[in-house]
Design a protein around this ligand. Sequence first.
Ligand SMILES: NC(=O)c1ccc[n+]([C@@H]2O[C@H](COP(=O)([O-])OP(=O)(O)OC[C@H]3O[C@@H](n4cnc5c(N)ncnc54)[C@H](OP(=O)(O)O)[C@@H]3O)[C@@H](O)[C@H]2O)c1
Length: 342
Amino acid sequence: MAYKANNKRYKKLEYRRSGKSGLLLPPITLGLWHNFGGKKSMTKEAKKMLFRAFDRGITHFDLANNYGPPAGSAEENFGKVMNSDFKKYRDEMIISSKAGYHMWDGPYGEWGSKKYLTASLDQSLKRMKLEYVDIFYSHRFDPLTPLEETADALAQAVNQGKALYVGISSYSSKQTIIINKLLKQRGISCLIHQPSYSMLNRWIEKDLLDTLKKLGIGCIAFSPLAQGMLSGKYLKTIPKVSRISDNSSLDKKMITQSYLVKIKELTKIAKKRGQSLPQMALSWVLRHQTMTSALIGARTVKQLDECLDSQNNLNFSKSELNEINKYAKEEKINLWATSSKD
Ligand SMILES: NC(=O)c1ccc[n+]([C@@H]2O[C@H](COP(=O)([O-])OP(=O)(O)OC[C@H]3O[C@@H](n4cnc5c(N)ncnc54)[C@H](OP(=O)(O)O)[C@@H]3O)[C@@H](O)[C@H]2O)c1
């Protein structure tokens, strides 16, 4: 049966403005990095997650050229849904893609050159069968390409109508200021920054958040659950069905004694707030005024629902925040740190 969106979908969530732009985003965004790939199609559960997300007011879906596996398949699979069940809702959706990491062999298949970014965006549009993406990102800072060239490529994407807005991901505060200026010189605004951020990875608090506020750029935090580490799943053992067991981006070396202590204590605080740990972790990320959205991943509809229910309790008392601060401390989990180093 054809999908029909829930007609109460806009009743529950409070949408947030991305910086000083005109664009409102949902407080929770669904990312398709893991669990939406596959050579022929995405799994039934993945498709259900897309529908559930949209039914619950999630208007923003985040992709990148290399999401899969295999690389490109998340966009292809998403394209199939876009061209069938989601087709009539295109104008209600914000779809993003990115280029920066390795996508194809040779000197033009990664980083920040105009050649790569332009070709990659064209490929993404083809895979998703879209005329334009809403947001196109430079996925990582490229220290060897002049930022002027990356800015040229992003501005061209907008000028050619292939992207409505542009963003950057994992740029340091200093490089954010520079590319923002370069984009302005080209008549384009930087809509949003996509950094990693969670209770176990707080690098953006040093200066990036202040910079974004000053510049009027939005912020969408990826891996707000630290890839699932901000849940109780690794407390006793490594479950067979989990990102660590998938042998992908999460390594069991990250399950350290210091990490386990933090999780136990944070879980107790969450319980007192009437939340699960993943829910508190999301509310906590969203406590900043500058935070536009928390960009989650999910394996099942059940996980997605639990994450969305975080919206039932977004307020923190001072004493709760102080208590959380005792345990919300860095673990060595920021896989993207090189990109944001000055
Ligand atoms: N710009 C970049 O460089 C960059 C990098 C990484 C990610 N991203 C974006 O950010 C998105 C999210 O990243 P992420 O998947 O790492 O985010 P995340 O939300 O930190 O982690 C998602 C994982 O957490 C677990 N999980 C989710 N809900 C749960 C719940 N209620 N209870 C217990 N476990 C739960 C699941 O892991 P299990 O599979 O173990 O169940 C799920 O796959 C990506 O899809 C992508 O769009 C961007």
